[in-house]
Each structure stands twice: as structure tokens, then as C-alpha cells.
Design a protein. Structure first.
Length: 413
């Protein structure tokens, strides 16, 4: 589907095999012109009962299904695939994802969900999506261009870090690496995963690995052929001024037909707790949300906690992440323009946390993961300074985390 083929043509936004929205591309390079709703029930939630209107919200939805310009290797990826734009590249694979069951096809196409979905069909793996910049230059220099019709979910990943889904027989696996110069995000994902194990919170399990000449974090997909992820930003409705950010989000869930129980609030408070402890500056409304059955549209529950790499002073030489300047001390989940300390006041339930056991586990978790990640960095011949900075930071990270555990115990005890 090169741009001269899809410009001006009629397209369908599909939910599995249910046509939801009909539209055309008003101009090549991004803006879609809304034509009609074909099935309101299956249409993405952000397009229904939203004051901004169908066309704005259709384009917002599509914009979340392309590789963002902030991805450091996006130019290399477009060059490798001989593509003019991220939109055109994503459309080649019908804008399919491993997160949800929406996709795009030409209105006159006979292709079905069974033909193209990534749960029942294999997809091409190519390290171009995650390779180190040095490796990328080598690949681009002597490559044979990938087929124009390459079928992959990796052109619809909206994250800013270099990342890719890898096809396996059991479940698609997501690999993500870190950003220069510190490359700390994979280490952080593994450490936070270990902390969540100790806390007993529902979360995605992360492990460390190497792929494409890079150190990566790896996790299995938490969606299936019948269960999809709907991010929080799609659920947002008009806010109620007297409610705080968390209570507003709970109201959005209710308005979207989700049963809001004490357990739902408890799990959201657990997300606040781990973000407070690790000073996560990236809990935006794309990396938490709900799970639902894509056939019945039944709400299943909250998605497990995931995407915890931008924590622990990930872009600083310092191990004192408490002292990071704005916006690194801001929380992006519920306390708009507020701090993690502010957001912690939203935690109203009683959480069964053994603070002493948590503190006792912290040094061992950091030291174990440091040894592992250092070995992996050295195995891919990463600049020694990357390893040295992380090694130097860890004692400070441990001290500040222990301090925040004490502060949290005082606040919530």
C-alpha cells in the first residue's frame, strides 16, 4: 500500500472482522477524513461521546499506531524499508498491533482478521527495530531491502525507545533497549519487576537479554487472540473539577461500562505506590489501562503494571533520583503537574506491605541485577562508561529507595 495507492481511497477501521469506521486520507501524510461510524459498539472508546468529535479522535487513534518521530532510530528504519513516512510504513501491515485487535484495510479488500492477525500468523523478525546504532549503520550499508509487503507489528509500536516484538510459538515477546548515553532502562525494568514480586502486585514479568547488538528487557505479551488492551487515554471523558485525578479516572471507567470495585481502586493505588518508590516519570495514559474481551466487549480487569524503565534517575549521572529537577520529579498518571508525594495522598486503602521485608530485599535485588546487566553490556561490547556510570549510581539508588520506603511507610502507616 504505497502512498500513491492509498491516497484518497476509502479505508475501514476494523475490530477483528467488524467494520467500525469508514474514512479516507484527506492528504497524504497523516490527516484522515472521517466519513461514517459503521458499528458504534466496536468503535474505539475514545471516538464515542467525546466532545472533540469523530475526526479529531480518529486521527488521534491512528497517530498512536505509528513509530513516533522521537524514536532515535526511526530514520534508519524508514531508510531500511524504503518508506516515505511512519504512516505509510504502518499501513503496509494494516496498522495491526499485538496490544489490541483493531486494524486498517482498504474498503474493497477481502482480507480477514484470520488472514493477518499476529496471534495466529507468524511475522517477520528483523533486528533493525532494536539494533544499536553501530549495528544499524552496518545493516543499512550492505542490506538487501526488506520486501515492500513485510508483515510486522513493529511498525505500529508507538513507544519512543527502540523496541520490537519477536514471534515465538508461545507468545509474542517484546524487546526494548535503552536510550543513550546511559542505556539504563532495561536494568530498571528488571529491578522494578523484582520489587513488584516482593510487593505482590499484579505486573508484567521482565527479564534481561541481549538482541541485535543491544542489551534489552524482555516480556511476554499480556494480550491474546481474545483479550485486548485498551489504554487509559482512550477511556477519558469530561473531567469533574471537584474530583482528583485518580477519582476522575475511576469515573471514566464507570462511564465506559467497567465495574469499579474496591479491588480495581486497590490495583491503581498499587501503581501509584510503585511509581512513588521508583520515581517513575513516564506513567502516561498509554502505559496503563484495561483488558477486555474483544468478542463480547466485556471488561475483564485492569492491565498488569508494565513499562517501568524511566525510573531510578535513568538519564542522570547521579544516583540521587530524589533530587532530580523537574520534570523528573513529576508524576504523569493522576496528579497533573504534581509530585509523586502529592499523588501518594490519593492512596486511601490499607495495603498489606511488609516494609521491613521490602527494605531487606532491596540491596540483593540491585546487586543481582547489576551483575547480570554488566555481564550483558560487556557481551555486546558496549562502551565501558555505560557500565561504569551504572555501577557508580547503584549505591545511591539503593539509599534513596530505602529512604522513600521509610517515607511511604510513615505516610500510609
Amino acid at each position: 500500500m504505497k502512498h500513491n495507492k492509498f491516497k484518497g481511497n476509502t479505508f475501514l477501521l476494523m475490530h477483528k472482522d467488524v467494520p467500525c469506521v469508514q474514512f479516507t486520507f484527506h492528504k497524504y501524510e497523516m490527516w484522515a477524513k472521517f466519513e461514517s461510524i459503521l458499528n458504534k459498539d466496536h468503535t474505539p472508546p475514545n471516538m464515542i461521546d467525546n466532545y472533540r468529535g469523530y475526526e479529531y479522535n480518529l486521527n488521534k487513534f491512528l497517530d498512536h499506531r505509528v513509530i513516533p518521530k522521537e524514536r532515535p532510530n526511526i530514520s534508519a528504519i524508514k531508510d531500511y524499508f524504503d518508506s516515505d513516512s511512519s504512516l505509510e510504513l504502518s499501513l503496509r501491515s494494516y496498522m495491526l498491533s499485538v496490544s489490541d485487535h483493531y486494524w486498517i484495510k482498504p474498503a474493497d479488500s477481502k482480507v480477514t482478521w484470520a488472514d493477518v492477525n499476529f496471534y495466529d500468523n507468524s511475522f517477520e523478525d528483523d533486528s533493525i527495530f532494536i539494533s544499536s546504532l553501530t549495528t544499524l549503520k552496518k545493516q543499512i550499508g550492505d542490506r538487501t531491502l526488506i520486501s515492500f509487503h513485510s508483515h510486522t507489528p513493529n511498525t505500529s509500536n508507538n513507544g519512543t525507545l527502540p523496541q520490537m516484538w519477536l514471534h515465538t510459538d508461545e507468545s509474542p515477546v517484546l524487546y526494548k533497549t535503552g536510550n543513550q548515553p546511559f542505556m539504563q532502562e532495561p536494568f530498571n525494568e528488571a529491578v522494578v519487576s523484582d520489587l513488584l514480586d516482593v510487593l505482590g502486585f499484579n505486573h508484567v514479568l521482565y527479564r534481561l537479554g541481549t538482541f541485535g547488538g543491544s542489551v534489552v528487557s524482555a516480556c511476554d505479551a499480556f494480550t491474546t487472540a481474545s483479550i485486548e488492551f485498551i489504554p487509559a487515554w482512550q477511556l477519558e471523558k469530561s473531567r469533574t473539577n471537584h474530583l482528583n485525578g485518580l477519582d476522575n479516572y475511576l469515573e471514566f471507567l464507570r462511564q465506559n461500562g467497567c465495574a469499579v470495585t474496591d479491588e480495581i481502586r486497590k490495583q491503581l493505588e498499587e501503581m501509584i505506590i510503585i511509581d512513588y518508590l521508583t520515581m517513575n516519570d513516564d506513567r502516561h495514559w498509554g502505559n496503563f489501562g484495561i483488558l477486555r474481551n474483544s468478542e463480547t466487549l466485556e471488561f475483564i480487569g485492569l492491565a498488569p503494571i508494565f513499562d517501568n524503565g524511566r525510573t531510578f534517575a535513568y538519564n542522570s549521572f547521579s544516583g540521587d533520583y530524589e533530587a532530580q529537577p523537574a520534570p523528573y520529579n513529576l508524576s504523569k498518571a493522576f496528579a497533573e503537574n504534581g509530585t509523586h508525594d502529592h499523588e501518594l495522598t490519593y492512596v486511601t486503602g490499607v495495603h498489606d506491605i511488609d516494609y521491613a521485608a521490602l527494605k531487606a530485599a532491596v540491596p540483593d535485588i540491585f546487586e543481582k541485577r547489576l551483575i547480570e546487566v554488566m555481564a550483558r553490556f560487556e557481551a555486546v561490547d558496549t562502551n565501558r562508561e555505560v557500565v561504569a556510570v551504572l555501577e557508580r549510581k547503584v549505591p545511591g539508588l539503593i539509599r534513596t529507595l530505602l529512604g522513600r520506603i521509610d517515607a511511604m511507610a510513615k505516610e500510609l502507616g
